[in-house]
Design a binder for this molecule. Sequence first.
Ligand code: ZN
Length: 317
Amino acid sequence: MDDLVALARVSAEIGSNRLLIQAAGGNTSVKVGGVLWVKASGRWLAKALEEPIFAALDLSRLTGAMALGDPACETCDAFVRADLSGSGLRPSVETTLHAGLPQRFVLHVHCVETIANAVLEDGASRVAPLLDGLRWAWVPYTRPGFPLFQTITPGADVYVFANHGLVVAADTLEAAVALLATVGRRLARPVQAAPTRPAHGVERAGYRFADAPALTPHGARFAAAGTLYPDHLVFLGSGAAHIDSVVGAPPVIVAPGFPPLVREDLAPAPLALARCLGDVAARLTPDDRVRYFTAQQEYELTHWDAEIYRHSLPGSE
Ligand SMILES: [Zn+2]
């Protein structure tokens, strides 16, 4: 069980780094003696040392079902080892991804530096020279869960998920952590300097500034133009409103020269995703071509039982 203890320690560390993980996003796993230990749905990696967050699954039964395309692989509930798992822990929506990669340790993060590349229309060609020398693959956007795993060809150590995030995998935890750092460093995009403006006219009742970088005019425009990645949509709804076209009381308002304005009643999860949106948008440049979710992609995420469950957990809203 040393591996699981070590994974919990690393999970708490990366879960506390807002540039890697926001709220209950991301998931980590280790394979030990025929058991897959994977973060449970809706749990926060940051709390890995405070409470049980890992569900245990029978790895051979699960991978056997995956090979047959068994619909039970959508939730993976049927493969949980109840004798090992804490009660009330449902396996992560990305469990099949963790099971299907052969490496012992798998870390999936919503790395801001990766996302700032992964939302670009030409993201694959931008990332290619930066990841040269690593065994990596670009994965076109697919709805998370079993469908996403089915688009993957095992054989790489690094997967960049378009409009989503990053996966690194290795047989030792040290190697996985080192890979995570390497990719984050290579894909880093500088925060764009925003013009400073007087707060007059931007501050509004019921809102406060998020602890995030001030946005450039194009950063604010990009942030308000659509939804960029799954947790953006799941926790912030249709996204942020631009200061010039606010209707009602959206969760986030973006204005050039300022960090995102967040509604004061936001729960921890949407608040973390509002900050993340600011972190991503602050790294976009005027000539970037950004790819947003289509209406169909938004529909399949918001009508997916697993996301509805995740969104219903404490701290989510
Ligand atoms: Zn994810």
